[in-house]
Design a protein around this ligand. Structure first.
Ligand code: CIZ
Ligand code: SF4
Length: 329
């Protein structure tokens, strides 16, 4: 039997659901029981009744499943950490908050919102302060709800997402530490970013538009605002997939997001909006062999602590509050 067949057989034998994010390698993605973007995966994994969730993605995604259902055993064949999520921890969060306070904005006037790409500890801190989680699919709704509180939003960790949503809602944004006036802003952003989505440039857009005047440009809101301003469509992972699938057969489209996902849409007239391959290194770490080893460890009752997500009760409590507030919206 080859690895793929072994994995299929183990899945049938075990009380397990295999989950994979859209950015995973094709061979891993194809074997998953549940696929989706981070919002869909958090929702769907919560609904499964398997004892074990084997999650192929990055650390914060597995953590979200554990937070939403601590009774599940969540295993990750590779606990790979999203580069953006790694840019913020509780210490940096507090430092930024202090800078905002020092600019004359007290905590009671601040509502924190964290992009789902952050650790459970950061989510818990946000939950404790009355804030909530958002994803790129629901950020509009969450930010609009947040603004109803009359407070300024402290948006972490992705400054591009914060700036892009502020622009499209006609709001003012500022970034902590870059010299912009925090008091003037409706949305104060933490200075984090996604290294993969930073790869797309205005020159890439110009290149494609010069070469194919009718081409459409679609990008993810983790791209820089200069890119989103120029694009024909800006959307989350699932929104991009839907948009591309519904295009007429002969419509050319250059897409600015992670390579594996765009590459799976090649039956459409799809181009990668970059001269380099925009692969997410951490999403690509999980191999078929890792998936096999994790399933085998369940079968042999020999699970490695390194592959399992453990979160303390206090963190689960407050991170869940922040996630549940998102689901309520
Ligand atoms: O991590 C990411 O870049 C994205 C877009 C996650 C997701 O599925 O929303
Ligand atoms: Fe993180 Fe960017 Fe990779 Fe998404 S694509 S998991 S934001 S590093």
């Amino acid at each position: 039997m080859n690895l793929k067949e072994e994995i299929i057989k183990l899945k049938e034998e075990l009380d397990v659901t295999l989950v994979a994010h859209f950015y995973q390698r094709d061979e891993v993605f194809e074997l998953a029981d549940i696929t989706g973007d981070s919002l869909e995966l958090a929702k769907k994994a919560k609904l499964t009744d398997s004892k074990f969730i084997v999650f192929c993605g990055v650390g914060f995604m597995g953590e979200s499943v554990k937070v939403l259902d601590p009774n599940k055993r969540v295993l990750m064949p590779k606990i790979a950490c999203c580069a953006m999520a790694r840019m913020i921890d509780e210490g940096y969060y507090e430092q930024n908050l202090k800078q905002i306070n020092d600019a004359g904005i007290p905590n009671e006037n601040i509502l924190p919102i964290t992009y789902i790409n952050s650790s459970a500890r950061v989510k818990a801190r946000v939950g404790e302060m009355g804030g909530m989680v958002c994803t790129s699919s629901n950020a509009y709704k969450i930010i609009e709800k947040g603004l109803k509180s009359g407070k300024k939003i402290f948006f972490v960790p992705d400054r591009c997402l914060g700036q892009n949503f502020a622009k499209s809602l006609n709001l003012k944004s500022a970034v902590v530490g870059d010299g912009t006036d925090l008091k003037e802003a409706d949305i104060i952003c933490y200075n984090g970013f996604c290294s993969v989505h930073q790869q797309f440039t205005v020159e890439d857009i110009e290149f494609y538009r010069n070469k194919y005047p009718d081409i459409l440009i679609a990008v993810h809101p983790e791209c820089d605002p200069s890119i989103c301003d120029e694009a024909d469509f800006v959307g989350s992972t699932s929104q991009l997939i839907k948009y591309i699938k519904e295009l007429p057969e002969d419509q050319k489209i250059a897409v600015g997001t992670e390579f594996n996902m765009v590459n799976r849409l090649r039956e459409k007239n799809t181009y990668i909006l970059s001269s380099t391959k925009p692969e997410c290194p951490t999403m690509n770490e999980t191999t078929l062999e890792d998936v096999y080893n994790t399933l085998k460890s369940i079968k042999d009752d020999n699970i490695s602590k390194e592959n399992e997500i453990f979160i303390d009760e206090e963190t689960v409590k407050y991170a869940r509050v922040a996630l549940e507030r998102m689901f309520e919206v």
